[in-house]
Design a protein around this ligand. Structure first.
Ligand SMILES: Nc1nc2c(ncn2[C@@H]2O[C@H](COP(=O)(O)OP(=O)(O)OP(=O)(O)O)[C@@H](O)[C@H]2O)c(=O)[nH]1
Ligand SMILES: [Mg+2]
Length: 293
């Protein structure tokens, strides 16, 4: 499974055949995305969510699509024991896609990676991403439940609004509740959310103060994620989200193929035309896409 993940995320030879094969198992897991500014505590919270899922006997896989994130090496919340505990647990799989495959953020290969983990039987898949809007694909189009993580002192509640996360968050975790200022941040977020229109069959986004450091509020956060999943099923919205994910996945595969195809179509003759100004990129591009050049 680990090798299959490498092949599909790095688009190595054979990745298309693998992706084809794994698609049969797609849609089995509940996928949860955690997004938020660097340092807001996404990795630390995921560590907590993993522990909670394991306590309930669930298997869980984590994909960190974050240039600055790493689950291996270095202290994790200063608690190496905890991560080693997960590292030895066959029910937990963690892969940081930081340095290979996905440099800038989420891209087309995230769907293939998720399908590999689904085929391996992980019932819960967590995706960590900064989610600044610079990603090729929005996390809300990839996962079933979006958790937006912010932290006081960072002006995060405002950044979150700017980056458009107010619209995509199903659950808002205001982390570092062991520090002061959290109540104010929670109140501001709730205010801002109360102005936003209700979405997805009436789900009202939850705002939960939480501390990955102390564990405060973690059970509540887990409950909110479960409640959202239950809501998706009860309201029929899950099918809608899955269709949105499939639409995006297909569009990304098409875009990839068109890009490759476009590169194949461009010949030296076309470059000569541009260099000699006998044509221009817009005209020539139009002709090439319609097969007339
Ligand atoms: N006081 C306090 N510090 C926390 C808490 N959660 C995380 N931190 C600290 O905040 C820093 C960033 O935590 P991470 O979990 O790495 O944050 P992240 O959002 O994954 O960061 P990137 O992956 O770099 O974007 C670390 O130094 C953590 O120890 C918390 O609940 N309280
Ligand atoms: Mg991280």
């Amino acid at each position: 499974m680990a090798r299959a993940l490498t092949v599909v995320t790095e688009e190595r030879p054979g990745h298309e055949a693998l992706s084809r094969a794994f698609f049969a198992d797609s849609g089995r897991a509940h996928t949860v995305g955690l997004c938020g500014s660097p340092g807001s505590g996404k990795s630390s919270l995921i560590n907590r969510l993993v522990a909670a899922a394991r306590a309930e006997g669930r298997t869980v896989a984590v994909l960190a699509v974050d240039p600055t994130s790493a689950f291996t090496g270095g202290a994790f919340l200063g608690d190496r024991l905890r991560i080693q505990e997960h590292a030895l647990d066959a029910g937990v799989f963690m892969r940081s896609l930081a340095t290979r495959g996905m440099m800038g953020g989420l891209n087309a290969t995230i769907f293939a990676a998720i399908h590999v983990l689904e085929a391996a039987g992980y019932g819960r898949i967590i995706v960590e991403t900064v989610g600044t809007g610079q990603d090729e694909v929005d996390v809300a189009e990839v996962v079933d439940t979006v958790v937006c993580v912010s932290a006081p002192y960072q002006g995060d509640e405002f950044q979150a609004m700017k980056a458009g996360t107010m619209e995509i968050g199903d659950v808002f975790a205001v982390n570092k509740a062991d520090l002061p200022e959290v109540e104010r941040a929670v109140a501001m977020l709730k205010d801002a959310l109360s102005l936003a229109p209700r979405r997805d069959g009436g789900w009202a986004p939850r705002v939960a103060p939480v501390s990955a450091l102390s564990g405060l509020g973690v059970p509540g956060l887990c409950a909110d994620v479960e409640a959202h999943r239950a809501h998706l099923e009860a309201s029929g919205e899950l099918a809608g989200r899955r269709r949105r994910q499939l639409r995006r996945e297909l569009a990304l595969v098409i875009a990839r193929r068109l890009t490759r195809d476009a590169m194949d179509r461009v010949t030296d003759r076309h470059i000569d035309m541009l260099a000699g100004k006998t044509s221009d990129p817009v005209t020539l591009g139009g002709r090439l896409t319609s097969g007339r050049a």
